[in-house]
Design a protein around this ligand. Sequence first.
Ligand SMILES: [Zn+2]
Ligand SMILES: [Zn+2]
Length: 421
Amino acid sequence: MKAVLDHVGIAVDDLEASLRFFRDSLGLHVEPPEDVPSQGVRAQFISTGPSSLELLQATAPESPIAKFLAKRGPGLHHITLRVDDIRAALSQLRECGVRLVDDEPRPGAEGAMVAFIHPSSAQGVLVELKQAALARPAPELPKTIRLGDIDIVTVSDGFFYLDGGAMFGVVPKTFWEKKAPPDERNRIRMAMRCVLLRGARTMLIDAGSGDKMTPKQAEIYRFEREFNLQHSLPAAGMSPEGIDVVLATHLHFDHAGGFTERAPDGSIRPRFPRAQYIVRRGEFEDAMSPNERTKGSYFFENYQPLADHNVLQLVDDDSSIMPGVRVRRTGGHTMHHQMVVIESAGKTAVFAADLLPTAAHLPEVWVMGYDLFPLDTLNFKRAFLREVIEREYLIIFEHDPDIAAGYIRESGGKRYVEKVA
Ligand SMILES: [Zn+2]
Ligand SMILES: [Zn+2]
């Protein structure tokens, strides 16, 4: 089994008094205390990197911690190993003849399931097994930003995970991990946030990954799509039939996967029955003939059916797509990657797609390893950021897990994103 040190438990007589050492002298960050009535204990977690400390104070005279303190006084009480499947772990240990305190898992702190192994089987150490509560990500509900005569609505196709190193190119992990904490497989959480525009026509920009991926892809990319475009469009008062135009920033699967869907007979068809799909010609041509480097992101089923059904419209240059909406090539990420500029009543918003995937990509050299032409990204970004700050463009982030949109500000030589509520 795979087991990771989750925390070290320390029995204390008096939580508040013990914080004089851990919080005040060591200067560690202390979480608020939590009562676990089933074990007659009040627990307080202290952050110390990937593993933490747990201070334990008895809240009932008969609790195991009270007995421990009476017998041995304050000190190290247990270590906790985190496992993926606690029942499987317990049965494996039973088969090996390990003496268990708990045959069945019971509820622990923070919604976890826990079970103890007897110290006589573990070199005198009380070992707790823990299966963490499944994090149920909160759905990202549509947000509407009014820009002059155009309503910009951000609509979520859920989240997925990409390798953190690849997302930040040459930037060392010691820098990026603070802004984008990776999971145990070094992946960081990314939104698939699309934009619905209600102006002269109803337009959807990008459509997330959709749900045609294989179980293997789903495993690699750890999709969290319990709440996806199928839910967020109705939540924004929109149906697939209501979309007039679907506009692509580029054709990578996390942007164009949702352009098509599998019909009941197994064939792949356009997902939005009334829509014209607009794609930049160079991007379409590149996606139709991927090379070894690009074929992991381009899947024919996401765009070929658009051509087959005659709903594909190719544009050659930076041009207006509808009143107030135009595309502008950035290059860099792919040769023909484009962003979408939305202008109304003297205000400008930009859906920057993979030019500025998250707010963490604000520094100019924080360029993705995925980019085919990173120096082009760097040059475009340098000039564009200056323009964004001077002219106060609103930036919509497609992949930031938390920030849907914000203004980029500069003060005292430092740049930051001022989030839009
Ligand atoms: Zn991309
Ligand atoms: Zn992307």
